[in-house]
Ligand binder design. Structure first.
Ligand code: SF4
Length: 209
């Protein structure tokens, strides 16, 4: 025991130094060889699990598995869309639970509700501000054709009059299962879209006439 001022220590500073030196010497003695690379198993795993695919397939897989929806809920179909986002139907399964308030971070517009001509310029502006590639699902009779309000002077008879629509989901309102089916159809469409456009044929050099 060592006494320093009015405090008592169980171990003296010399004992602590000696113990620390002993630990270091033991570690030095047992650490002369490099520890084997813990990722050695990786080589074997790679040999057994290499997956070959195309650029189109991998890019389209990532695009269709992370669709982010721009907010566009002008009328009552919105409640079915909100239900799809909830825990029962769980849109997170498709990597698309995030509703983006900013169109610049969205690549999908689900048009859930009646559109009036007064609102149309704003919806078109939101669509234009979304970056490419982008897609649109017209949800419900009003989004497809104006629905029961079709003959009204103030209602747009279908979103496809102002923006291009990829998938139509009928119903008034469509049930959440129907919307999920529409989303699955859009995913299939994205999967088939060529990412790299066909290049024009180059003229062959020295081609005989
Ligand atoms: S389709 Fe029916 S539920 Fe949907 S916005 Fe129109 S009236 Fe409302």
């Amino acid at each position: 025991m060592e006494v320093s001022g009015d405090r008592e220590y169980i171990y003296s500073s010399i004992e602590l130094d000696r113990y620390e030196g002993q630990v270091i010497e033991e570690l030095k003695a047992s650490s002369q060889e490099a520890i084997p690379d813990p990722d050695e198993w990786l080589e074997e795993e790679l040999e057994r699990n290499i997956l070959l695919t195309t650029v189109d397939a991998i890019i389209n897989w990532s695009r269709r598995s992370s669709l982010w929806t721009a907010m566009c809920f002008p009328a009552c179909c919105a409640f079915e869309l909100i239900a799809v986002e909830g825990p029962r139907f769980d849109l997170s399964r498709f990597g698309m639970e995030i509703l983006r308030a900013s169109p610049r971070q969205a690549d999908l517009m689900i048009t859930a509700g009646t559109l009036t001509w007064k609102m149309a310029p704003n919806v078109k502006r939101i669509y234009n501000q979304m970056p490419e590639p982008k897609w649109v699902i017209a949800m419900g009779a009003c989004a497809i054709s104006g629905g029961i309000f079709r003959s009204s002077y103030s209602v747009v008879p279908g979103y496809n009059k102002i923006i291009p629509v990829d998938v139509y989901v009928p119903g008034c309102p469509p049930r959440p299962e129907a919307l999920i089916h529409g989303i699955r159809m859009l995913q299939r469409k994205i999967a088939k879209t060529p990412v790299v456009p066909d290049l024009p044929e180059l003229p062959l050099k020295g081609k005989r006439r």
